[in-house]
Design a protein around this ligand. Structure first.
Ligand SMILES: Cc1ncc(COP(=O)(O)O)c(C=O)c1O
Length: 357
């Protein structure tokens, strides 16, 4: 049988395994920060109608520039943004891949502050961009001084900031974004996949887009909108950045069905985003309860919580799985991450945690 090793694969891909959280069939799945609430029935119907209306024309390619969808996304974001400032793709993963294709690549570097979203280095690898793992400070925090010193040392072509940060959950101080923008010689990507869950008073980097043509804010409909299966991510930036990603995007990358479904979902955003407050409540409940039980817990502005366990986190992960609750071992010694879902899921998780110290 032929194996990967027999193939003339790129040297830098040899010995690698594909990215992927376990997709296990367990009663309580709290490991990939999805929205636990199913799509409400009226929205199911609206998406169904919108998709059905496209079917006869599937003999034709879709709008390559997805202009109507981009206008809808811009209207949702506000901040005076228009379709020209927005670009959409199959998930924010694809958006970030396109950004690295345009601004990274062979001979170039991308820097991120670990621990952060584990796809950032993998997207760098896939695009031949050298990855620089910069460090976060005490308790996974990041100050402007710590960030700027590392950007100054490495002079990367692309900087990834993640706010709220995955897996720690905490939003960045806007002063960090401002300081990195001042210092970075290249593009600064602020990954705001979880922005809608941030605690009141948290400032989005969207607010500083004017006057910063090298700033890119990436967002997704996978989390707050509960549209992970629909695959729709997007960016907001200076229109010149949108011109840049159009040089590398595949033609017709966003199917007519995806565009129609996403537009219908956006038209029903009040119903879809109606779950956010309930999820934030469960998030705050998990933080408070675990702290009351003596666990160290990172502050969370997202729909998940990073918490410490005693001893080997892989053992605690297995104990929770045996109790029917799947959480995420992100490879941080002594820490696990749990998604905040429905009250029933929180009950199951907190009950299972009684067997974990
Ligand atoms: C920080 C962060 N960015 C981006 C993504 C990817 O989201 P999408 O489904 O839009 O590709 C995730 C998904 O977990 C994430 O945690």
């Amino acid at each position: 049988m032929t194996t990967l090793d027999d193939l003339p694969i790129r040297d830098d891909l040899r010995g690698r395994t594909p990215y992927g959280a376990p997709q296990l069939d367990v009663p309580v799945r709290l490991n990939t920060n999805e929205n636990s609430y199913p799509v409400p029935e009226p929205v199911v119907e609206a998406i169904g109608k919108a998709v059905a209306a496209e079917l006869r024309d599937l003999n034709r390619y879709p709008d390559r520039d997805a202009v109507a969808l981009r206008a809808d996304l811009a209207a949702y974001l506000g901040h005076g943004l228009t379709a020209d400032h927005v670009w959409a793709a199959n998930g924010s993963n694809e958006i970030q891949q396109q950004l690295l294709q345009a601004f990274g690549g062979p001979g170039r570097t991308a820097l991120g502050f670990t621990p952060a979203y584990s796809m950032h280095p993998l997207l760098a690898l896939g695009t031949g961009t050298r990855w620089v793992p910069a460090r976060r400070g005490e308790d996974f925090g990041l100050t402007a001084g710590e960030a700027v010193a590392q950007v100054r040392e490495h002079r990367p072509d692309v900087v990834f900031l993640c706010s709220p940060n995955n897996p720690t959950g905490t939003a960045l101080d806007p002063a960090v974004v401002a300081a990195v923008l001042d210092e970075a010689p290249g593009v600064v990507i602020v990954d705001e996949a979880y922005a809608e869950f941030a605690r009141p008073g948290t400032v989005s980097a969207l607010a500083v887009l004017p006057g910063h043509p090298r700033l890119v804010v990436t967002r997704t409909m996978s989390k707050a909108f509960g549209f992970a299966g629909g695959r729709l991510g997007y960016l907001a930036a200076d229109p010149a950045v949108v011109d840049a990603v159009q040089l590398v995007r595949l033609p017709y990358h966003l199917s007519a069905l995806t565009q129609a479904a996403a537009r219908a979902a956006l038209a029903h955003r009040d119903a879809l985003l109606g779950t956010v407050a309930a999820i934030m409540q469960q998030r705050d409940r998990i933080v408070a309860e675990l702290r009351a039980r003596g666990h160290r817990v990172a502050d969370s502005d997202a729909n998940f919580v990073l918490f410490a366990v005693e001893g080997d986190q892989a053992v605690a992960w297995r104990t929770l799985l045996d109790a029917g609750v799947l959480v995420r071992d992100v490879g941080l010694p002594g820490w696990l991450r749990v998604t905040a879902g429905t009250p029933t899921e929180t009950d199951a998780f907190l009950t299972a945690m009684e067997t974990v110290s």
